[in-house]
Design a protein around this ligand. Structure first.
Ligand SMILES: Nc1nc2c(ncn2[C@@H]2O[C@H](COP(=O)(O)OP(=O)(O)OP(=O)(O)O)[C@@H](O)[C@H]2O)c(=O)[nH]1
Ligand SMILES: [Mg+2]
Length: 292
């Protein structure tokens, strides 16, 4: 499977971010709480190396709470400022403003001594596609200023949004990077929906998800789709069947996803499983743990 997605608008976006970085006091970097490590773009590290940074583990409502706590400790130990969030409901979104203000306090104080007063704090909201940047900005602003949508690549250009007199946020397009350090990174980004699905083999992708679920949450697929070993074994016995194809066939069977000729539709079963995972209908699942 080709797990690269770096369309032209991302090259433009990173250039725009480089051009604007001199205006910025702090980067609010969103990563996905289900894949905190793969969800962090090294190009944002490079861009923000001399800036304050707040890391947000977003979509925490979809991630395994105990694993999210492990990640919070991990980043705190590294000396990073980190918070978990559900940007859709808001939750502790108010805390984001306080954290940003505190992080920038030293600079605000320095400005004051130089006679610069009343200059708003400027924050760049950055991260991978579809992670919830525009949703968070709207929550903080208390109005729907930025366009959002449940697919990657919704925000295409830059947009400044004011939060009262004291803070300005720069919404940026989600960006990936030209070459992932390993295949797992691309795979995890594809699984959570940060990559354009049009370029992906959904059935193959779902197979990778099932492998990860078997490792971290054994039994979850059987429970969610009401399938038992007997049904899986029935399909396992067919010619050319693999473990993954038998699981997909069993799910198609119980969900009545049947192709012409009464064959179970594995592709539709795969799309269903992936969609259920992405939208939290399988429970709260984390695909990555910090290396201890
Ligand atoms: N469950 C859940 N969904 C969220 C959260 N934050 C955002 N979303 C949803 O994620 C989808 C993407 O949100 P956007 O705000 O458009 O994401 P973005 O990072 O701006 O995406 P691009 O502009 O494409 O890079 C939307 O369907 C949001 O409702 C969250 O914390 N939890
Ligand atoms: Mg956006």
């Amino acid at each position: 499977m080709n797990l690269q997605w770096y369309p032209g608008h991302m090259t433009k976006a990173i250039r725009m971010m480089q051009e604007n970085i001199k205006l910025i006091d702090i980067i609010i970097e969103l990563t996905d709480a289900r894949i905190p490590a793969s969800g962090r773009n090294p190009d944002i590290d490079e861009l923000g190396k001399n800036k304050y940074r707040l890391i947000i583990l977003n979509k925490a409502d979809l991630a395994d709470p105990s694993v999210t706590n492990m990640w919070k400790s991990f980043y705190e130990k590294e000396g990073s400022l980190v918070i978990e969030l559900n940007s859709r409901t808001g939750g502790e979104a108010g805390k984001v403003k306080d954290l940003v203000q505190n992080a920038c306090a030293e600079k605000t104080e320095r400005d004051k001594k130089r006679g610069i007063v009343g200059r708003p704090i400027r924050a760049m909201v950055a991260g991978i596609p579809n992670v919830g940047k525009s949703t968070l900005i709207n929550k903080l602003a208390g109005r729907a200023s930025a366009k959002t949508g449940n697919k990657p690549g919704v925000t295409k250009g830059k947009q400044w949004i004011s939060l009262g007199k004291n803070m300005q946020l720069l919404d940026t397009p989600g960006i990936l990077w030209p070459k992932f350090e390993d295949e797992t990174t691309g795979l995890h980004l594809a699984l959570i929906g940060s990559m354009n699905d049009d370029n992906l083999d959904i059935t193959e992708l779902c197979g990778e998800l099932i492998k990860l679920l078997d490792e971290y949450y054994p039994g979850i697929i059987k429970e969610k789709y009401n399938i038992d070993d007997e049904l899986i074994d029935k399909y396992r016995g067919l010619e050319g069947a693999t473990y993954l194809s038998s699981v997909l066939s069993a799910v198609a069977d119980t969900r009545k996803l049947i192709k012409q000729g009464a064959e179970p539709d594995m592709d539709r079963a795969a799309a269903l499983i992936l969609d259920d995972f992405r939208n939290g209908r399988m429970g709260r699942i984390s695909l990555e743990r910090p290396k201890s």
